[in-house]
Design a protein around this ligand. Structure first.
Ligand code: SOE
Length: 382
């Protein structure tokens, strides 16, 4: 019998993200010393045979086919939302009203209006909440945060982020339905702006503070695709590519770009920050490395250092193997659960909370507004 207090999880949705979260709940207590233990109580999805198969494979004790039923259960402490974006708000608000803790996949809402309602719901209920912006918890990205917070970069002049993929280039790819709802803006809210740039914006605000104003451009390269649900050729409503310029409150100038049309790139999330004294560069395809240049190094030896973030004194790494051995994408979700559980113990909410994630939706809204107005747009306050 375990000495840790159980935290009964009810997962809604069992796609790609349902798998990453389930894996994290299953592993977290083996690697982190925590006083709570997630228990895979129930998984919920509309297709009974699929949800049963998922429950069996991942070890969930029970299933539900209607999320209202899940929320009404007294044996569920935490509702974890891993559904397409159009159901985040409804489920999260109802879960908060039912007194559950709530975790939600990114982006929080399809737009900031939806996200605001979700923030009000969790804050009025006073319930712990968090959004799965997992890339904050890549050890190298966490080290970047420490380096910046220690002031090593000095004044930050430039922030540059990109998220490049290439999986929607074929004009024969349909839109809508399982797996392809990201191509239907009525479900997703937007295209790469809300899906990929949202990651870049979340990390950027966390590392460098609030974004003040933006001006952007988007393009939809393939204008019509067959819709999986109607079977008809329909207009494509998402942005396939999105780029924007930004000014941070602290005076930093920034460029952000995301696309699903960068042939050869699968999930190339990169960021570079240039400060008065030093610069850092990070690349998701080589996620253990943090590149660091410090102008204060002795001139003869000055140059870009390629730090391998696998040592025990690097963020999170003492919980894993021995120095030099690597971890990967799935571990970012395990770190996030560990921090959430630790936040429950200390009473210090683990970030990003719903309110933090609202700040990202306010930036994506401003970017999309500016593509219509053709002007710089001020970002709303979270
Ligand atoms: C899109 O392809 C996607 O799966 C995003 O939705 C995720 O948030 C990102 O981490 C990887 O790419």
């Amino acid at each position: 019998m375990s000495s840790q207090k159980p935290l009964n999880v009810g997962l809604v949705g069992y796609g790609f993200m349902g798998r990453t979260h389930s894996n994290a709940y299953g592993k977290v207590n083996q690697f982190f010393d925590l006083d709570r233990r997630p228990v895979l109580k129930a998984v919920c999805g509309r297709n009974e045979s699929n949800v049963k198969a998922f429950a069996e494979q991942w070890g969930y004790q029970s299933i539900e086919t209607d999320w209202h039923e899940l929320l009404s259960r007294s044996d569920i402490d935490l509702v974890d939302i891993a559904t397409p974006n159009d159901s985040h708000a409804e489920i999260a608000i109802a879960a908060a009203e039912a007194g559950k803790m709530v975790m939600c996949e990114k982006p929080l809402g399809r737009n900031s209006a939806e996200a605001s309602g979700m923030v009000v719901a969790v804050e009025s209920a006073g319930t712990p909440n968090m959004v799965w912006y997992n890339y904050r918890r890549v050890p190298a990205v966490m080290l970047a945060k420490q380096i910046i917070d220690e002031g090593r970069l000095g004044k930050i002049f430039h922030y540059r982020a990109k998220f490049l993929q290439d999986w929607t280039i074929s004009k024969d790819l349909p839109q809508g339905g399982a797996g392809l709802w990201r191509l239907d803006a009525s479900v997703s809210g937007s295209g790469v702006t809300g899906d990929l740039l949202a990651h870049c914006i979340d990390t950027a605000i966390w590392l460098n503070g609030p974004i003040q104003s933006v001006t952007g451009m988007t393009e939809t390269f393939i204008k019509e695709r067959r819709h999986n649900l109607s079977g008809k050729i329909e207009r494509v409503t998402i942005d396939d590519a999105s780029a924007f310029l930004a000014r941070f409150n602290n005076g930093t100038l920034a460029t952000f770009e995301a696309t699903r049309y960068a042939r050869g790139h699968k999930a190339l999330y990169t960021l570079e920050i240039n400060g008065e004294n030093a610069s850092i560069f990070w690349d998701l395809h080589d996620l253990h490395r943090l590149h660091y240049f410090d102008h204060r190094d002795e001139g003869r030896l000055r140059g870009w250092r390629s730090l391998h973030i696998t040592d025990g004194d690097h963020p999170y790494m003492k919980h894993w193997w021995v120095p030099g051995l690597q971890i990967g994408y799935e571990h970012t979700f395990i770190h996030q659960v560990a921090d959430f559980l630790e936040g429950l113990r200390t009473g210090q909410a683990a970030a990003p909370t719903f309110r933090d994630a609202l700040a990202t939706d306010l930036v994506t809204d401003a970017v999309l507004r500016s593509t219509k107005s053709g002007r710089w747009e001020t970002v709303g306050l979270a």
